[in-house]
Design a protein around this ligand. Sequence first.
Ligand code: SAJ
Length: 432
Amino acid sequence: MLGGTELKVCVLGLGYIGLPTAAVIARTGAQVLGIDVSPHVVETVNSGRVHIEEVDLDGLVSGVVARGSLRASTQIEPADVFVIAVPTPFGADHVPDVGYVLKAATAVATVLKVGDTVILESTSPVGTTEQVRDFIAELRPDLKVPGRSSGGHADVAIAYCPERVLPGRILVELIDNDRVIGGITPRCARRALHFYRRFVRGACVTTTARAAEMTKLTENAFRDVNIAFANELSRVAETLGVDVWEVIRLANRHPRVNILQPGPGVGGHCIAVDPWFLVHGAPDDTQLIRTAREVNDAKCDHVIARASALIAAHPGVPVACLGLAFKANIDDFRESPALKVAVALAQRFGSRVQIVEPYADTLPSAFDGTGATLVDLDDALERAGVMIALVDHDLFRSVPLEERCDKHVYDTRGIWPDQPAVADSRAMRLAS
Ligand code: SAJ
C-alpha cells in the first residue's frame, strides 16, 4: 500500500510536530487520523482549526480537514503506517521519561497487522526504538517483529526518524530538510524511507535506529554547547568591560569561526532537554555536554541578578520586561528563560514590573499575585524608565533609538547595537 493514494496513516500526538506532520501527509492524498489524549485538541482539529501557532498551519489544516484527508480522535484505529510524535520529557535528576512513547506503542500494538510500519519521531534516548520493538513483541506474540524472530521476514517494520524542524519554519523544514531514517533492520529503514519520500524533498538517508537516535541528540547538544560558548563569552566580556556583540560580529569575520548569540539562557523543549539524554546514556563521558547545560542554565540566574541590580539602582522607576517566549516571533513559553527572568523580577519588584509580550493575551499563571501587568509596547515605551529586553521579537527590534535613549536598558539579546553603553552597566557589574 505504501505510496498509493489510499495509504492510511495514524499520527500519535498532535502537538508542535505531530499536527504539522499529519497535515503535510494528508496533503499527499493519504487518509490521516491524528490521535491525541486531549479531547479539546481533537475537537479543535476536527473543526478545521489549530491549537498551536505556526506559520501557515491554520490554512493547511482547515484545507485537509475540509477535504476529509485529516481527522482526529482520542481512539486509535487500524492503519498502514503509525507515526509516534509524543513528548519525551525528563523527570527528577534529568532522567529521560519515555512513558508517553511506550503508551503510544501499547495503543499501536492493539491494532497492528502484518505489513504495517511503525515509526518513532519523538526525540528519544538511544535504545528507545528497540524498547518499542520489545514492547510490541511482548504485547503481540502473534506477529514476527524485526530483529527478534528468526526465519523469514518480519511481519512489521519498526524505525526511528527524528523530526528536525525549527518552530516558526516547521512547514517548510518538514519538506526541505534531510531526514535520517534508522531501521531496526535495513529492511525496516527502507520501508520507512518509502513513506518519507511521499512528502520529503530533502535527502532521506538510512542507518540503524540507534545511530538515528544519537544523531538527533547530537544535533541539539551541538547547538547547546555552541550557545553555551556564546553565553560564557558574554560573561567574560562583561567582566572585561567589552561589548560581546561587537566581539562576536568581528570574530565571525574569520572564515572558520561562527559564534552563536548569547541570551538570557536556553529554552524550549528541545535544546534545553535533549543533551541530558546523552548525559544519562553515558554519564562518565559527557563532561562538556553536561557543563554546557549548566553554563546555559546559570546564564539565566546571572541575568536575573543583573536585572535586579539595575532595577534596584532606580527605586520607584517603572520597569518593562520585553518578551516571555523562549525565542523570537513564536507563542511558545515552554522552558522559557525570558519567562523565568520576568517572573523572578515580578516577584521581587511587584507592580513596578510591566510585561510586553505580543504573543500573549493574558499573563501566564506564574505571575499570579505578583502585581505585574501585561501592557502593550507603546504603553511600556511611554511609562517605563528601566527596560529589560528578553526576547528578540521583530516588534522589539523595530524600536528606534529615540524611543529608548532616555531609558536604562539591559539588552540581553543584543537587539539594539546602537544603544549607548551607560554607567548602569558598571553599576550592574558591581552589584551582581
Ligand atoms: N538560542 C540562543 N542563541 C542562539 C540560538 C538560540 O540563545 O544563537 C536560544 C533560543 O533563544 C532558544 C533556544 O536557544 O531559547 C533554542 O532555540 P533554537 O532556535 O536554537 O532551537 P529550537 O529549540 O527552536 O529547535 C531546535 C532545532 N535544533 C537545531 O537547530 C540543532 C530544531 O532543528 C529541532 O528540530 C528542534 O530543536 C527539536 O525539535 O529538537
